[in-house]
Design a protein around this ligand. Structure first.
Ligand code: NDP
Ligand code: PYC
Length: 343
């Protein structure tokens, strides 16, 4: 089947048009198109164009406000708040990040709390907006119940992503971003669509028995990465980015939504640190000392997280983004049919 290659700009324009035709305001259509196009550009398929239909399905089901106006609240504390008003998180993040950066630079550390948002995206685009400003960043959010705690058998926590970034002067930042489940739920869905079995150890079925069948995994529960360690980190995310910020846990999010086929509603917590402020008076440049660590990692033949992504990005910027015939068929269907074409 024929593949199609688009420039990054062409894909972003097409995705923006699809979202606007699907009823999103220009603010949200632009913000969603930026993260989805970035996902395809960086070869992160689980949060690329495949997510478009799920977002539009969430609009069609009336579970997200497509033209919500986020509101920013700043005081003299380290906490910057954006109420997303029931809209997608991405525009709320873009609204909050300048104030978050300003507070982190003034105080050494600051937090951005996003409440009442629908969240479907990867976290690294957000982390890179902090490292671009010379800040260290951390981001985390719940999802909806789809992961059993280690030793348990039923979905309770979400796939709860956690991301971290460290700026590297003159180079790509050090960034990792992963689900606290063995894999992102999007990966299970991509295996299902491709008719492929899952690797062992990813999931259990509805009876709590290990399964490699994507359908059984989607109906049952995924497993945390790293056994009890990933399970505890996932619970920490429920506490910090759910309970502590007065927003929904993954279990509560699923109860509100009633399904895992739509994008989940909850909050998000983003932390920003100014490394120079933390290291002040101790001697030694934290940026230079970090480079020593990165060089030692690379010196053993290991790669840094996000290195694969940055290679994919450079290739996409030079040669364009290649989409399969199936992916183009979905984009064309949604471009011409809007919400009526959502399956
Ligand atoms: P992956 O397992 O694909 O990757 C996790 C991280 O590890 C990446 O930063 C990756 O870098 C890095 N990495 C992978 N292999 C190596 C290696 N051999 N050496 C060093 N680093 C390595 O991520 P997941 O499937 O867990 O998550 C994918 C995305 O899903 C994330 O962006 C996450 O934010 C998103 N997600 C979003 C959710 C939400 O609710 N919004 C829920 C769950 C996940 P690289 O990219 O360069 O390979
Ligand atoms: O891939 O696990 C996932 C996911 C859940 C919500 C958004 N992405």
């Amino acid at each position: 089947m024929t593949e199609t290659t688009l420039t990054v700009q062409e894909l972003q324009a097409l995705v923006t048009e699809i979202f606007q035709h699907g009823g999103l305001s220009p603010l949200h259509a632009g913000a969603l198109a930026r993260v989805i196009t970035a996902g395809e550009r960086d070869a992160c398929k689980s949060h690329g164009v495949y997510r478009i239909e799920g977002c539009l399905r969430t609009v069609k089901a009336d579970k997200v406000v497509p033209d919500a106006e986020p509101t920013l609240t700043i005081d003299d504390s380290a906490i910057v708040r954006v109420d997303a008003g029931g809209g997608f998180s991405n525009a709320a993040f873009e609204m909050g990040v300048p104030a978050l950066a300003e507070r982190a630079q003034a105080l050494g550390v600051a937090a951005l709390v996003i409440n009442d948002c629908t969240h479907f995206s990867a976290l690294w685009p957000e982390i890179e907006m902090l490292t671009d400003r010379g800040l260290v960043g951390m981001a985390m959010c719940p999802s909806y119940s789809s992961v059993a705690p280690t030793g348990g058998t039923k979905a309770l926590m979400g796939t709860n992503p956690f991301a971290f970034g460290w700026p590297r002067p003159g180079g790509d930042p050090y960034v990792f971003d992963f689900a606290t489940s063995v894999a992102a739920r999007g990966e299970i869905e991509l295996h299902r669509r491709a008719g492929k079995s899952l690797p062992e150890g990813w999931a259990v079925d509805t009876d709590g028995n290990p399964t490699t069948d994507p359908e059984a995994a989607l109906a049952g529960a995924m497993l945390p990465f790293g056994g009890h360690k990933g399970s505890a980190i996932s619970a920490m995310i429920e506490l910090l980015a759910g309970v502590m910020i007065g927003d929904l846990t993954s279990e509560e999010s699923l109860a509100v939504l009633g399904t895992t086929t739509l994008a989940p509603r909850h909050g998000e917590l983003i932390l920003a640190f100014d490394p120079a402020r933390f290291a002040a008076g101790r001697g030694g440049d934290p940026m230079a000392r970090a480079e020593t660590l990165f060089e030692a990692i690379l010196g053993q033949g290991a790669r840094l997280p996000s290195q694969r992504r940055f290679v994919a990005r450079a290739k996409a910027q030079a040669d364009g983004i290649t989409l399969s015939a199936d992916e183009m068929a979905i984009l064309n269907r949604l471009q011409s049919g809007g919400l009526d074409a959502v399956e």
